[in-house]
Write a new protein. Structure first.
Length: 200
């Protein structure tokens, strides 16, 4: 299901296209001219615009130009009963997805819109995968940095904790008048470690 905006100055065409695409399961909004279309676009961005070329206040090509400034990635399907090579070329240069000749075949128009929506879907999937990969890489880098910090901290804390324990034991032995406990290294007593704070 997609959000479509139909832009055509003919009421009958707007009604027909609304019915056609609602039957396909899409949400359809309509505008009778370019200015009304721009107002709707500013309120809620459509997924795709189906727009007539020849309209009284603003041509479809002029609307396409305005749309590109507002929504660079939206797809636009142009319709016209007056084929013109120069107009079609300009529309394509401005990024129109396709150009449909009136009167059009209903199935052809639905197929054109379906292809445009498929393109949008593939682009969104690609962007989502890129964001997911970016997040995974960032998470791995963060875990790596934390691991390095923890590793360094443990190496730094280990001897400090050991010396502190020996120093406490030596202090207790001294208080009760007992010989200072031996550190386990020949010729080294904890009293010496406690006194000098390091192996001497």
């Amino acid at each position: 299901m997609a959000n479509l905006l139909i832009v055509d100055d003919e009421l009958g065409m707007r009604q027909f296209l609304t019915h056609l695409f609602q039957r396909e399961g899409h949400i359809v909004r309509v505008a009778e001219n370019g200015h009304a279309a721009l107002e709707q676009i500013r309120q809620l961005a459509p997924d795709l615009i189906v727009c007539d070329i020849r309209m009284p206040d603003m041509s479809g090509v002029d609307l396409l130009r305005e749309v590109r400034a507002l929504l660079p990635d939206v797809e636009v399907v142009m319709m016209t009963a007056f084929a013109n090579v120069d107009t079609a070329r300009e529309a394509f240069l401005l990024g129109a997805y396709d150009f449909v000749q009136k009167p059009f075949d209903n199935d052809l128009l639905k197929e054109t819109v379906a292809r445009a929506l498929k393109k949008i879907s593939l682009i969104k999937e690609k962007e989502a995968l890129l964001e997911e990969n970016k997040a995974l890489i960032q998470g791995q880098r963060t875990r790596g940095r934390l691991g390095n910090i923890i590793g360094r901290s443990e190496r730094m804390r280990a001897p400090v904790a050991s010396n502190t324990a020996f120093a406490i034991a030596a202090g207790i032995a001294h208080a009760i008048g007992s010989p200072a406990p031996h550190c386990g290294v020949p010729g080294r007593s904890i009293s010496a470690i406690s006194t000098f704070g390091a192996w001497v």
